[in-house]
Design a protein around this ligand. Structure first.
Ligand SMILES: Cc1cc2nc3c(=O)[nH]c(=O)nc-3n(C[C@H](O)[C@H](O)[C@H](O)COP(=O)(O)OP(=O)(O)OC[C@H]3O[C@@H](n4cnc5c(N)ncnc54)[C@H](O)[C@@H]3O)c2cc1C
Length: 381
């Protein structure tokens, strides 16, 4: 793994950092307060090539690598974790599987507008009774006499669901085959029989809208299938491997926001006649936050590098995600402590970081599931 960024990677990082600082950060508190989908920021991210960072230019993307994606995700999430996850879902959970498993026709029809940000995507795997146990799909696609599929079921907590144009949908086509009977489809959200529920009322990332999606005899032709019948579970798991790198970078962004806001506050706030940054107890917190953040970043870059090299990276992505998300939660908790009473009120940003941090330990596989993935790889012969 190269530890030195290329000129191109530094350029992507700077573009994302400048945009995040000047346009995203000033709006982050308002987006959170109003639970508002930041449509105008998503449009700007599209202009900057951030909605399909690692998708080749011929398919509407910016044509960069996964490290560039990770760098951009950290910058955007440092400013606003909600905007970060909107970007992450479109890049990792929608563009990536269509790029990897889609037909040429599907790439032209869907990937080009998704990666260029003309359309926004969502990814629907989870259900009321199928979260960690993702193979327990109850949404069923039945083949009709004319060869089409009729799909019915309920999907839960779907990020971007209320505002998405297109969905990568995972569901059961042959229950008797267990996880080998699961298939993936590209579903236009305007299709007859698709209904979205109201946005979930969430603890954090309140600007990222998620919802239930109700499917009632939604008719799709076989040309809507991603990969082959029965490939859906494999597609979902491969997609989540990449998605976990995106969420690890979101966690890096929240952890960095917690550290940087704490540093600034600790030098300003005075107790017992000196800035609190001069109390050793505060210095140790800052030192631990910075050290852990650096470790999490290295794991995330390593997983991104392996993804770009084209080999297996499930374990490394799980390691990056579990470590970065736990580092992020510790950093956000310590930031609240460093801010004291001011850490507990909405007037200061660390209260938001504390609420935003928690989701990184839950979605795209909980910390327990990441540890199962890691242990499974360790114990494999
Ligand atoms: C804000 C938000 C956005 C989301 N966005 C999306 C999205 O865009 N698309 C999508 O498909 N899903 C999405 N999800 C769903 C998310 O991925 C699931 O919530 C998550 O995978 C956990 O599933 P669950 O909630 O059903 O928890 P459960 O599976 O019910 O787990 C409950 C607890 O038991 C633990 N547990 C479960 N099984 C085991 C085991 N074998 N060993 C040890 N511990 C175990 C879990 O770690 C957890 O602590 C989102 C969720 C949220 C909250």
């Amino acid at each position: 793994m190269e530890l030195e960024l290329t000129d191109e990677q530094k350029m992507v990082q700077k573009t994302a950092a400048d945009f995040a600082k000047s346009e995203v950060l000033p709006k982050a508190a308002e987006i959170d307060r109003n639970h508002r989908h930041p449509k105008e920021l998503v449009a700007r991210m599209a202009e900057l090539g951030l909605m399909g960072v690692a998708v080749p230019e011929e398919y509407g993307g910016a044509g960069f690598d996964t490290i560039s994606y990770v760098l951009a995700m950290e910058e955007i999430s440092r400013a606003c974790a909600s905007t970060g996850v909107i970007m992450s879902v479109n890049n990792s959970l929608v563009c990536d599987p269509i790029l990897k498993f889609g037909s040429e026709e599907q790439k032209k029809k869907w990937l080009v507008p998704l990666a260029s940000g003309q359309l926004l995507g969502c990814f629907a795997l989870s259900e009321p009774e199928a979260g960690s146990d993702a193979a327990a799909q109850k949404t069923v696609a039945k083949k009709t006499a004319d060869g089409d599929y009729l799909i019915s079921g309920v999907k839960n907590w779907i990020t971007n669901g209320p505002v998405a144009d297109v969905c990568v949908l995972i569901c059961m086509t042959a229950k008797e085959l267990g996880h080998k009977g699961i298939s993936a489809f590209i579903l236009p959200m305007k299709e007859k029989g698709v209904r979205v529920g109201p946005p979930d009322k969430k603890l954090g990332i309140r600007g990222s809208q998620s919802c239930q999606i109700f499917l009632d005899d939604v008719k799709l032709s076989p040309s809507a299938m991603l990969g082959k019948e029965g490939d859906g579970f494999k597609i979902a798991m491969a997609t989540l491997d990449g998605g976990r790198i995106g969420i690890a970078s979101q966690a890096l962004g929240i952890a960095r926001a917690s550290l940087e806001d704490s540093l600034a506050y600790a030098m300003e706030r005075r107790t017992f006649g000196k800035p609190i940054a001069q109390h050793q107890a505060i210095q140790w917190k800052l030192a631990d936050m910075a050290t852990e953040l650096e470790g999490a970043r290295l794991l995330t870059w390593r997983a991104a590098t392996l993804k770009d090299e084209g080999g297996r990276f499930s374990m490394e992505a799980a390691m990056a995600k579990v470590f970065a998300s736990e580092v992020c939660n510790r950093a956000a908790k310590e930031a609240v402590q460093i801010f004291g009473g001011n850490g507990y009120v909405e007037d200061f940003p660390v209260e938001r970081h504390f609420r935003d941090a928690k989701i990184t330990e839950i979605y795209e596989g909980t910390s327990e599931i990441q540890r199962l993935v890691i242990a499974g790889n360790l114990l494999k012969e």
